[in-house]
Every structure is written in C-alpha cells, then in structure tokens.
Design a protein around this ligand. Structure first.
Ligand SMILES: [Fe+2]
Length: 274
C-alpha cells in the first residue's frame, strides 16, 4: 500500500522553466542547507525521540470540526476547491497548538521541490505509528478523521453518491526557504479515480503572502493564481487532485513559519480495488 500513496502524491507536470527561474532565488539557500545536513539531523532527531518519555495524561478536548466545513460545500462542488476558516472548535484548536509535536518528531526534507519537515504520517492499511502514543491530541484528530461520521461528512461535502475513506495523514513544519513547486499529483492521470480529496489544515503560521499558503494556480509557473490562503491559523484548504489546477507555493520569505496537516480521502471503491 505504501507504493500506492507514494504514487498518488508524486508530483507531476512540474515546469522546467519554473525550476530554472527559481534556481538562484536566495530564499532557497536555507532550504538547500537543511537538505545537506539532513543525514545528521535525522540521527539527532531519532536519538531525541528514543529518549522522550511517554506522556502520563491525555488532554481533555475532543476533536471537533465545526460546521463551517459544510458551509463551503457548494463552493467546493462548483469549483473543485474551498477554503474554510475556524475549522476546529476553540478548545481542540488550543490543545492542538499547545501539544503540537516538537520538531524532532518530523523528518527533515530531502528534496528541494517540496522541502518542509514532515512526519507523524499514517496511511490506509497500516497500523497507527508509535509516535502517536506521544501525541494524544494528534491521535484524537487522526481517529476522528477515520470515523464513519467524518467520512460521511466528506461524502456529503463532495456531493456525489459515493463513499470516501480516510487514506493518509501527515504533519508538516515549514520555514523560510520552504517551497512546494507547482505541480499536479500523480493520480491526476489515473482514470480509475474520479475525486481525490485533499484536506489541508493550516494549524498555525504568521500568514500573509509568500508565507506557505498552499496556492492553487491555473499554470505551472505559479503566476495565474486562483487562490492563495493568507490566514494560516485554524483554517483549511480542501481541493480535488483530479481538478485541472496546480498546487504549490513560492519559497517562504524571512520570518515566516507554518504548521500544517495534510489528510487525503479517496473513493472507497477505488481503494478496495488497489
Ligand atoms: Fe501535491
């Protein structure tokens, strides 16, 4: 199943001109440096994880995704994307911020085309990793996304008479010099799936332009912008990887940070045929 998820999210339709234009962008210097030192960073982070004690208690708030989700359903059904603000209720949101994993729970980047720290990842058919034991708040979120109830909310949100399953989950930390080169996902070219739903939570970030807001564009150069999220606190971009637009963001500027969680929902029939 691992090869499945890697194929689905693999970036395709990247523009060589875009890569050429960004080659000497000074904002990418720190991103390249982090890739260079990634082997050392990985070893240090593994040591820190190995020596972290398990938490003794579980925070109180339950994961609650507000009905603001449903208010954007018609926008999604018309355009193939929607932006939802105040996606979590305040009590869960506060705990998600408070118990956000320390950086060493994520792995450093290894490629410049998508160079954020990423970890706490789960995908369909796999057991929930040990790392979630140390982060009960995050585990509650993953558990909720996998419930029948939330999968039904996604089904209604998409508005087609077909079931969806929670397929993947991963957390990210981004910083100055992080970029995602505009691309489509590999599954864009797979005719067996009609809708591949990405629910991309912006948990925390100072926001504004060029601050890591995953941007939808009509072109691979990232210039013809459909939508750039600038509120990166407790918001969420939902988009269909089968829609014709590209997604990505230009190298983040100095002083910017972004915490995010990506979750993917696939058609149940499609997943069961894999
Ligand atoms: Fe992607």
């Amino acid at each position: 199943m691992k090869s499945g998820i890697m194929f689905f999210i693999m970036a395709v339709n990247i523009s060589p001109e875009y890569l050429k234009a960004q080659k000497n962008n000074p904002r990418l210097w720190y991103g390249r440096f982090r890739i260079k030192i990634a082997p050392i960073t990985k070893k240090i982070r593994q040591f820190l994880r190995d020596t972290t004690p398990e938490p003794k208690s579980t925070p109180a708030a339950e994961c609650h995704i507000t009905n603001n989700l449903e208010t954007q359903a018609s926008h999604f059904q018309e355009h193939g994307w929607a932006f939802v603000e105040n996606i979590f209720d305040q009590s869960f949101y506060k705990e998600l911020i408070k118990y956000w994993p320390k950086r060493y729970w994520l792995e450093p980047p290894t490629k410049i085309t998508k160079n954020y720290d990423r970890g706490m990842a789960w995908s369909y058919g796999e057991p929930v990793p040990e790392s979630f034991k140390y982060h009960p708040t995050v585990k509650k979120m993953l558990d909720y996304l996998r419930t029948e109830k939330f999968q039904n909310r996604i089904k209604n949100f998409i508005g087609k008479d077909k079931d969806f399953v929670s397929y993947s989950f991963a957390m990210h930390k981004s910083y100055p010099g992080t970029q995602v080169v505009p691309h489509r996902d590999g599954i864009y070219n797979n005719d067996l799936a009609q809708n591949v739903i990405n629910v991309f939570f912006f948990v925390n970030g100072n926001g504004g332009k060029n601050a890591g807001g995953l941007t939808l564009t009509n072109d691979a150069m990232g210039d013809d912008v459909i939508f750039e999220p600038t509120n990166l606190k407790n918001s969420c971009l939902i988009y269909d990887s089968k829609a014709p637009f590209y997604h990505g963001f230009k190298p983040m500027r100095l002083g910017r940070y972004r915490w995010s969680i990506g979750a993917q929902f696939l058609e149940k029939d499609f997943v069961e045929k894999q």
